[in-house]
Ligand binder design. Sequence first.
Ligand code: PLP
Length: 307
Amino acid sequence: MTVLANERIAYFNGNYVPEREVVVSFRDASFIGGDAGFDTTRTFNKRIFKLDEHLDRFYRTLRYLDIDPGLSKAEMKAISIEVFERNRHLLGPDEDYWLSQRVTRGQDKWAADGVATPTVIVECQALPYAKRAPLYRDGIEVIVPSIRRTPPDALSPQAKTHNYLNLIMADREVKAHNPKAWAVLLDAYGNLTEGLGSNLFLVSDGRLLTPRTHFVLPGISRQTVYELAEDLGIPLVEKDIDLFDAYNADEAFLTSTSLCICPVKSINGRKPADKGIPGPVTKRLLDAYSRLVDCDIAGQYLKHLKD
Ligand code: PLP
């Protein structure tokens, strides 16, 4: 098939193909049951960030799911770099990619011998700068939905799987109240956990507070904040935090691969102490993150601001 000059290339079961040729069967375990693992890193100024850390987490997810991708971590790394290189020229000056690896359990039920052949996809897409730019100007409005985060004794939140329904339903609930809001879910005991693709931090009396790892995805950006906080001498505590802590916080922010660090404007309409967007501690960390990745994170988003 001819590859169009502006068409992205993805890796699909052993081949590099135009994205339109990545066609997954409706009998695939991921389509039927969300039975797959994935991970997503991003680029900064066209350089891939913490690929090894993302692949380590990816392979922990696959091991938990008991899915063998049929590729070593080193092979997955080489494929990921190749996918990025094949698509690099499509990026505009102030753009970067999400770069994702996805492995599904395949079609075991339907295979003649009952043995699953995993479906393997590595793909990239441009980060949604314009859509998210206002968040760096205004901060994120967090709403806590009634739906509770899946507990670790049901399905470990430490695994990054294709089954996001718990988080999607929670996000839909809050967006029905406020289309701009982002959900951060409580666990069954009323402790704050995480959102649809992001970890939560509170700043309280000069300390960072964040939920315990057992109950959330161990975000690579969250880990980066741990490292930056240590460098900056900002104490950080992993603990159970609830709405009492949130309403008493001085600042709050979310972390994720795409956002890195993004200030929270309010939680359930309640504003953290009026320290500005971003608050001083959030700003120190965001500046340090920008230095680490050699990219003005908020500035890059704000360049895409439309209104
Ligand atoms: N929590 C969940 C449920 C996620 O899906 C993600 C990101 O994909 C995160 C947290 C943040 O993780 P990271 O910083 O690695 O993007």
